[in-house]
Design a protein around this ligand. Sequence first.
Ligand SMILES: Nc1ncnc2c1ncn2[C@@H]1O[C@H](COP(=O)(O)OP(=O)(O)O)[C@@H](O)[C@H]1O
Ligand SMILES: Cc1ncsc1CCOP(=O)(O)O
Ligand SMILES: [Mg+2]
Length: 269
Amino acid sequence: MTSQKTAGAAELHARMRQTAPLVQCITNYVAMNVAANVLLAAGASPAMVHAEEEAGEFARIAGALTVNIGTLSPGWVGGMKTAIAGAMAAGRPWVLDPVAHFATGYRRRVAAELLALRPTVVRGNASEIIALDGGVSAGQGADAGDPVEQAEEAARRLSRAHGAVVAVTGPVDFVTDGRRAARISGGSALMPKVTALGCSLTCLVGAFTAVAPDAPFEATVAALATFAAAGEAADQGAGGPGSFAVRFLDALHGLDSQALEVGERIRPA
Ligand SMILES: Nc1ncnc2c1ncn2[C@@H]1O[C@H](COP(=O)(O)OP(=O)(O)O)[C@@H](O)[C@H]1O
Ligand SMILES: Cc1ncsc1CCOP(=O)(O)O
Ligand SMILES: [Mg+2]
């Protein structure tokens, strides 16, 4: 058997751009437009398809599926489960974003049900990852209330328990597949001041897993490094969250693949 060298972040970024993977994003009302623009700017092809009647059929033609519980309702949960079944039947990766799952009983139940369906990747902020592991987090809603470092052990445990790559985002991101781990730095302190950037990143993780379905750890690192590099570039000259949001789309669009690997951006942890 020949051993293949795993592609680096810059190579995966170039591949993602060249192939413009179709990504089915079941995301929330707040994020739908933001995430679609982020994917288009980054080079992927988003499709926001969530109705139970068609979500499973669509998942079979998409390169990857992403599922986000930000604005939950029973009809959407039906669409999520149908889409997950379709993606898994077709051998496609899927990514879970457990937005504020600790806030209510309904959210907790749905997040646990989705986690049991074995996502390829889980991406959340520190509070979401701590709570998903059964810990007590300081989070109240969609925004993080805990530092990333405090969620690292939770991420490792979750990854081993569920066979998923787990990404914790914040000022410095942490990613693990239970065996390996990496930290990604860059971005901007303005990123958490623009709504739905975390949700959009989840969709972008989907785009990278679509072009590297056998390497979800590397794909997740590359997606996070894309946001880190584009966020850093957009920060320069931004006057606040409004101008940052516009500059961020431009930075994603103009991003040089090599910027993902400059300096110490990606470090083993
Ligand atoms: N203080 C910060 N400095 C730099 N980048 C940040 C900061 N906070 C969040 N980010 C980045 O913002 C993006 C969204 O992450 P995060 O805010 O943790 O997600 P969520 O919106 O789900 O809470 C990630 O790319 C993350 O690296
Ligand atoms: C504000 C809000 N409320 C429900 S979903 C949502 C968006 C959360 O977006 P993100 O997790 O990317 O900050
Ligand atoms: Mg979030």
